[in-house]
Design a protein around this ligand. Structure first.
Ligand SMILES: [Mg+2]
Length: 374
């Protein structure tokens, strides 16, 4: 199904590598169970070959964190431009060996994932087809839900935000929980459910803030609120804790956005920890890793609901059924052009070659803080 060795693009060497560091304020800041997010600090990688440019990106919430990823991207790209292996055929596969010594998680995998996305984008652009077509995926429509619900909002502010997203035709709303006062969180979720009514999907996300007993008590209390899922209730790397919450919770459990590479998803599924798999393109290993997680989900009959990257995920619909795309309105608005926006809460993949995305003139003028080239 996946044409990784397509002869029409194989054999083309990368001709140029550009990495741009971008910085942008998140206003108002988003307060989650464990984060105070007031900036996104991005690395955008552009790989050129055959007159086309593939685009990938990764981000962090502090400049020094993003700065630590930049040299890793350049280092890994040097190995692609300087080897006999055909990067358009192999994508990021050889890079996993390259990062064996410094670690298959964190910044090395963020760098690898951004490169993998750019390589897949370049591959599809050279074929002259949208990414989903290069991957053998259908041009299927997906639902789009809005993520928001900062813990800094008052209950009235939460309700106002949720009603705004409902009016904008989003099919769902995800809000943050994870406060020490879990009963207060449950009351906030109940207030939002009462305000938006039964038609819109409602999800909650604790960002791994809670202990097992608190997560279970809160899950039981939220049982009547018809939640589509409870995301990251506890430490996502503590499989026993995740499994304990899943066994007791009356709603589906979602996780995986902070899992590096596809391997941890196998462990989450094998451990009985999870109902909804949430691969993040800059942490799961790019498109290549995403495809592995998608295959795992199909095999196990579990939903795959990608984390963010809504500029790209319309190109990654499930083989059957309707997928679910996450948008964080405001964070990335205007930075990229060339991707489809939702209409009435649904989106179809664009028809331009590859992902179609390019950095906007506005982003190039206002957000670029550094440029690195090979
Ligand atoms: Mg989350």
């Amino acid at each position: 199904m996946v044409r990784t060795n397509d002869q029409s693009v194989a054999g083309r060497a990368l001709e140029a590598v550009t990495v741009r560091r971008l910085s942008r304020a998140v206003d108002p800041p988003l307060i989650s169970g464990i984060h105070h997010i007031d900036r996104i600090e991005m690395n955008v990688v552009e790989l050129a070959a055959g007159g086309e440019v593939g685009v990938g990106y990764t981000y962090a919430f502090a400049a020094r964190e993003a700065d630590s990823v930049t040299p890793l991207i350049l280092h890994l790209c040097e190995s692609l431009t300087g080897s006999d292996a055909d990067p358009l055929a192999t994508k990021s596969a050889p890079l996993w060996d390259r990062i064996n010594f410094i670690g298959r998680g964190g910044p090395p995998v963020m760098a690898l994932s951004a490169i993998d996305l750019a390589l897949w984008d370049l591959h599809a652009r050279l074929e002259g087809v949208p990414l989903h077509e290069a991957l053998g995926l259908p041009a299927a429509e997906q639902r789009v839900y809005a993520a928001g619900g900062s813990r800094s909002l008052t209950t009235e502010g939460l309700v106002e935000e949720a009603l705004g997203f409902r009016a904008a035709r989003f099919t769902g709303y995800k809000m943050r929980i994870g406060a020490e006062d879990w009963r207060g969180d449950v009351a906030r979720v109940a207030a939002v459910r009462e305000a938006v009514g039964p038609e819109i999907e409602l999800m909650v996300d604790a960002n791994q803030a809670w202990s097992v007993p608190v997560a279970i008590e809160a899950a039981e209390a939220m049982g009547p609120l018809d939640l589509s899922w409870f995301e990251e209730p506890v430490d996502g790397e503590d499989f026993a804790a995740m499994a304990a919450v899943r066994a007791a919770a009356p709603m589906p459990i979602a996780a995986g956005e902070t899992s590096y590479g596809p391997g941890p998803f196998e462990a989450l599924v094998a451990g009985g920890c999870i109902d909804v798999l949430q691969p993040d393109l800059m942490r799961c290993g790019g498109v290549s890793g995403f495809l592995e997680v998608a295959a795992l989900g199909r095999r196990e009959g579990l939903e795959v609901a990608p984390h963010l990257f809504d500029q790209v995920t319309p190109q990654l619909p499930p083989l059957t059924g309707e997928g679910r795309i996450e948008m964080l309105p405001g964070w990335f608005d205007g930075l990229f052009t060339g991707f489809p926006l939702p209409v009435d809460g649904r989106v179809r993949p664009g028809t331009a070659p590859g992902t179609g995305i390019t950095l906007s003139a506005e982003a190039l003028a206002e957000n670029v803080v550094g440029v690195h080239e090979l």
